[in-house]
Design a protein around this ligand. Sequence first.
Ligand code: PEP
Length: 268
Amino acid sequence: MTANPARPAEPAASGRRPLIAGNWKMWGTRAEARQYCSRLLGFLPDASRRPADVGVCGPFTALDVLVEELRDAEVLVAAQNMHAEETGAFTGEVSAPMLAELGVQGVVLGHSERREYDNESDRALQEKVAAALAAGLQPILCVGESEEEHEAGDTQRKLRHQVQEGLAKVPDEQLPVVAIAYEPIWAIGTGLTATPEQAQTAIAFIRALVGDRSKERAERVRILYGGSVKPDNAPEILAQPDVDGALVGGASLDPAGLARIATAVPER
Ligand code: PEP
């Protein structure tokens, strides 16, 4: 496997370094990716002056462009999915070692759109999270409740199931390498955002679930909020003590917007 020099250090025990990651979903030709990177780097301060790690989660076809353009600027590059097996008869799939060979550093797993449209199950995600870690990729595991579950007061039950299943094959010592994104489905792409208090409550609950495995390591796990985060609402959400950053969909397609969100992270 190719070494991955731009891989961010595991957050220090003294504090979690926030992560702001843009999820392009199915956007971005290679030409668009190149243009985006040059604009993004124009808006971002040097890595040493950023209050948060910054990442871009692109489509498979643009990942090598993103790695080439962003590696020196210490912007994390992540894929949006992968297969759990390393190789085999899985036509159309891409494995974790294939991503790592490109210099990709992370991978979004279990995004609600993949759970809904591609029937991604918690059991399959359990294998994917372990496979990503084995290949040296940082998994960004997405969890979150639907509108019906939210209204039925079922949020905690849903989160417990998704978090426990998703992390079941992660050894305790690797827990801090996993980032978790709390993304209430009712807030994704809808313009509705969880209130800062709702985000804090759900994320503190997720941290407590990880704490059932290892309290000390749960304090080092980055847990992001995702769901209609925009430059205007980001500062209040990111000021919550357990919110360690954001997974940003629509607003990240504007590199100025992603940079504004990343630079709005309060110092910790
Ligand atoms: C997402 O795609 O993970 C997301 C949170 O999307 P949006 O910011 O557009 O709601």
